[in-house]
Design a protein around this ligand. Sequence first.
Ligand code: ZN
Ligand code: ZN
Length: 478
Amino acid sequence: MIAPRIDSRQAKLAGRAAEQIVADVIELGWPVGQVLGSEAELLERYGVSRAVLREAVRLVEHQRVARMRRGTGGGLVIDEPDIDAVIGPAIIYLLRVDATLDQIFDTRILLEELAAELASQRAGESDLALLRRTLEREAAGEVPDYRLLHSHVAALTANPVLELFVETFARVSNFYFADRAALPESVVRDVCRAHDAIAKAILTNNPGLARERMRRHLGAEADFIRAQPDTVQRLDPAVALAGSLGDKRGEALARQLFTEIISSGAAPGNFVGSETALMDKHQASRAVVREAIRILEYHQIALTRRGPGGGLFVAEPDSTALAEIIAIYLRRRGVKLRHISDLRTGLELAVTERAAEQLRAAPAAELEAMAADLTQALRAESELGFALAFSRGEDFHSVLGGLTGNPALQLLHRVTMRLGWQFFSQLATANPRVNAISEPAAIEPAHRDITEALRAGDAELAVMRMRAHMNATASPPT
Ligand SMILES: [Zn+2]
Ligand SMILES: [Zn+2]
């Protein structure tokens, strides 16, 4: 799954070798700083050519799993994947699907509502002191970052998936507006008051109230940010690809090409240029152009077609590389299936609710088309099976995600499902009882009933049926 969708044998081999490296690092217990092996040893161990190994190393460097250290005592050194490895690809994907600030905020509110709910169910005595201390320091003006309380709340969920997503969407939304270090005093007071109220609801274990207060607080924050003169609804492509690995000129050219692709509104399949044409146009060496192309391919922005009429083409936006980086980051943090289930249910309910809103607001012809998409998904699942339908994005849940009209939410939903699938298949091989809950006989009627409720415009019934469906499938027997 790591391999970018490039039609080349070398890229596929490199993707497989990179997966093997990740597996070996996990197997070793992820000892950061330890040398996995010298280049010669790795060539021997993975049985690949030097070119393939170098490509694989670039992949694991991108994922911050390991990095190559030159010189004596050098080799592939095990690294610590951090959130920056996730933010970069997330920004690129959101740019490609043209996500707006409003859509980012909608997604963020949903995540933090869920975090507040789970935190209030899990907060214990030991958490009192930390939250109280943070609130005191905020009131005294000692907290430089008003995200701190939100990070604490996410940490209280003890759910690494939710923590990662809360942080990612908070950081991504910062790219839409200029630094707001100088908040007016009245706003600061409102923030402190809201944080106080949220903390109180969490510490008194009141999930409904915690959710409600978090939603209101972030809604007010969104309104405030939208009203600032420097705020934009759409990201500037120039923020993307900073800090990609490798040659700086290659990276600069990649960023320039990416900006051109985004600002020209080029569609998937559009021609970007041949290697020689790009060298001419950008006054760059072949090495620099190749480096830029590699970066664009890795991020699934563009891909190369060989042969006559070949060259670089705009690729379909694809979240596979991003999902893989997230999976690696979370495995490092000991993610379990129950963490994914926590989030999955909340997300499916939100997706159902938003899809229902879209269906209700749609004119008759559009409504028919949307309902037809869902019916087609049911057919795809029965004809292809769930796994294949999912991998093509044609399954019921993925299609439902597409009907929300929010590409940021859709991304989150898809990535969470992909994580779920990875765990599920591991569990299912170990425990046949797990497979029983994913049998078509159990799932098809549920999908059909939800579709029916959506088609009838009954959002409440659709959400209720989705909840029952999630309860029946989200946590397999152990
Ligand atoms: Zn806040
Ligand atoms: Zn389902």
